[in-house]
Design a protein around this ligand. Structure first.
Ligand SMILES: Cc1cc2nc3c(=O)[nH]c(=O)nc-3n(C[C@H](O)[C@H](O)[C@H](O)COP(=O)(O)OP(=O)(O)OC[C@H]3O[C@@H](n4cnc5c(N)ncnc54)[C@H](O)[C@@H]3O)c2cc1C
Length: 392
């Protein structure tokens, strides 16, 4: 049985990024991936906040469009338009990008094993059993579960994680109806705290999807309604359909156990407000690589707990704010949402959102709205009363 310094389960974007960090430091790294081809099928809208440029390598060839702004649509189609001068986000070719990140890990020295499905992990001894006829085993000083939303590594020591369902279509509206650098976001109380999106790939094609607590059948009904109702999407031809799962952020989740840590979707490192997992996953890959390095250098796996502490220090406050926003949205009816959009228009919030809005951290905007006394004025009365008690 071969022993590695680190074995990473899952060659998704987060696992590959972590593997690269460790291989660059000279550790012997194995990546075990159950698929034969990385990145397929596509299960992502591919929208990454501008922070991506700071926390990972993103060559221009994988950027389909830079995004400078968004049209935010209420249920009755009151539209708030927000924008920045510089790109706030990028729409990426996710399949190509996943393959690129895996190749970077290989180029740094990691060994990638495709078609290697991990069946079980013994956290105490760092032994991984692969699903094949011979029940092959490999071992590692540290095992990293980066195996996505239904992580077998996580399930060895965590209860099953609750998830949102996500559905997405690739559509063509057959005319130049999209501004390529503007995404459309739609709120609808049936899917709250999730939402719907249309992310243009060109002036006539877009990824249109939603994430929510409703089942796939209901998601499809709501998505079809959106296509039928909204002027920019009317008459669209559906070219492809994708379905996926987004784990719910869970502050109680155990991320470190003996020789094992969890990363990315396997660790539920997903922003509660948007369901996006890449930016947070990449940041956590960096944080984890530092703690795993120290633990390996000191031959002390108890030091892996530093990963959890550093992760908490960096994200705890932001996640708390996002969970609050999430809870507020969950409790709003369509009438409440309509009221909120109308009030936001009245108080000139488009400018404030444009200035303080950030795809990856909502706390600066929430704080600014609170400071200016806008936060409570935009919420229906009953709700502001409930929230003011939450805020204290
Ligand atoms: C419809 C949809 C839209 C989304 N849009 C966005 C977006 O716009 N922006 C954003 O930031 N995030 C988005 N997300 C979330 C994002 O896709 C995930 O957060 C991201 O893929 C997590 O990366 P990961 O590497 O942790 O996990 P994954 O990408 O899930 O990779 C896990 C890997 O592990 C492998 N694996 C699983 N089990 C095993 C096993 N037993 N043995 C070996 N290998 C295994 C899988 O095959 C896979 O390759 C979206 C998700 C969905 C479903």
């Amino acid at each position: 049985m071969k022993n590695y310094d680190v074995a990473v389960v899952g060659a998704g974007p987060v696992g590959s990024t972590f593997a690269r960090h460790m291989a660059e430091k000279g550790f012997e790294v194995a990546i075990l991936e159950k698929k034969r081809e990385i990145g397929v099928p596509l299960q992502c809208a591919g929208l990454l906040g501008k922070k991506i440029k700071k926390i990972n390598i993103l060559p221009d060839e994988f950027i389909i469009n830079p995004v400078n702004g968004a049209f935010l649509h209420s249920p009755e189609d009151t539209v708030l338009s927000v924008s920045k001068e510089k790109p706030e986000a990028y729409v990426v070719d996710r399949i190509g990008y996943d393959k690129f990140l895996a190749q970077l890990a290989i180029d740094s020295g990691a060994e990638l094993f495709l078609n290697h499905r991990v069946e079980t992990v013994d956290s105490v001894n760092g032994v991984i059993t692969l699903k094949n006829n011979e029940n092959t085993k490999i071992s590692a000083d540290v095992v990293v579960g980066a195996d996505g939303h239904s992580s077998v590594v996580s399930e060895a020591f965590n209860p099953h994680v609750e998830s949102f369902q996500a559905a997405q279509y690739l559509i063509d509206v057959g005319a130049k109806r999209f501004q390529k650098d503007y995404v459309h976001l739609y709120v609808d109380s049936r899917v709250s705290p999730g939402f719907l999106w249309a992310i243009p790939l060109s002036e006539s094609t877009a990824r249109v999807g939603l994430f929510s607590d409703v089942n796939y059948h209901q998601s499809t009904v709501i998505l079809n309604e959106l296509l039928a109702k909204r002027s920019e999407l009317k008459g669209a031809t559906i070219l492809k359909k994708y379905y996926g799962v987004i784990p719910k952020y869970n502050s109680q989740k155990q991320l470190v156990k003996d020789k094992v840590i969890l990363l990315g979707d396997a660790a539920s490192q997903v922003k509660p407000t948007t369901g996006g997992g890449l930016i947070m996953g990449f940041s956590c890959a960096e944080i984890a690589s530092q703690s795993v390095t120290t633990a390996l250098e000191n031959e002390n796996t108890e030091m892996l707990m530093n990963y959890y502490k550093d992760y908490q220090n960096q994200f705890k406050n932001e996640l708390k704010v996002q969970l609050m926003v999430h809870r507020i949205f969950k409790s709003l009816t369509d009438a409440d949402l309509e009221y909120m959009f109308m009030k936001l228009k009245q108080v000139g919030a488009e400018e404030i959102i444009s200035q303080y809005g950030d795809m990856d951290s909502q706390s600066p905007l929430v704080k600014e709205m609170f400071k200016r006394g806008i936060l409570f004025s935009i919420l229906p009365k009953m709700l502001s009363w409930r929230i003011s008690s939450l805020w204290k």
